[in-house]
Design a binder for this molecule. Structure first.
Ligand code: ZN
Length: 170
C-alpha cells in the first residue's frame, strides 16, 4: 500500500523521470494513487507524493462531490498558458492543515498520455487548471510553498518538521 510523503522530503524536491511506455504496472500504481487521494480527501496527487519518481499525476475536481471526474496525466507538457494571474487558496496532501493563497494563471492547454498510452490534449481553466498547475509543479520538484515569500515558506516548513517528528514518535 502506498503511503503519503509529507514535506520536507528529498523526493518532493526532485525533477521526476518520464515514462517510456504506459503499461499494466503503471495502471496498477495509478489505481492505488486514486485510493490514496480519495482516502485523504484530496483533489490531486502526484507520484512523488507517494515516493515514486515518475511523471504521473492524477486529479479529480469532483472528488468532494457526488460525481467523480478522475483525470490521469502521464508525461504532461504545458503547451500554452495565459499571462494574467488569479489568486486562489491552495492546500497540498504533503502539507496537511496548511493553506496559502497562490497567484497562478487561469487558462492553459496541456498535452499528456492517458492510461492507455494515448496522446491527449486538454484546454481548461478554473479549478481543474489550478490543480493541474499544482500537480505539474510536483513533477518538477516545486511545492506550493515555493510560490510564497521566504518568510511564509519557512514558517510552514518549520511546522511541518515538527509535525513529522510527532508522527514518528507515535
Ligand atoms: Zn501538492
Amino acid at each position: 500500500m502506498l503511503k503519503l510523503v509529507y514535506a520536507p522530503d528529498p523526493i518532493l524536491k526532485k525533477e521526476c523521470s518520464p515514462i517510456p511506455q504506459v503499461d499494466d504496472h503503471h495502471r496498477e500504481l495509478i489505481s492505488e494513487m486514486y485510493d490514496v487521494m480519495y482516502e485523504a480527501n484530496g483533489v490531486g496527487l502526484a507520484a512523488p507524493q507517494v515516493g515514486i519518481d515518475m511523471r504521473i499525476f492524477i486529479l479529480d475536481s469532483g472528488a468532494r462531490e457526488e460525481e467523480k471526474k478522475p483525470l490521469t496525466m502521464i508525461n504532461p507538457i504545458l503547451i500554452s498558458i495565459e499571462d494574467d494571474l488569479t489568486p486562489y487558496e491552495e492546500g497540498c496532501l504533503s502539507f496537511p492543515e496548511h493553506f496559502a493563497e497562490i497567484d497562478r494563471p487561469d487558462k492553459l492547454t496541456i498535452e499528456y498520455l492517458d492510461e492507455k498510452n494515448e496522446k491527449q490534449i486538454l484546454s481548461t481553466d478554473g479549478f481543474t487548471s489550478r490543480i493541474i498547475q499544482h500537480e505539474l509543479d510536483h513533477l518538477n520538484g516545486i511545492l506550493f510553498v515555493d510560490h510564497l515569500s521566504r518568510l511564509k515558506r519557512d514558517v510552514i516548513i518549520r511546522k511541518m518538521k515538527k509535525f513529522k517528528k510527532e508522527q514518528n514518535t507515535k
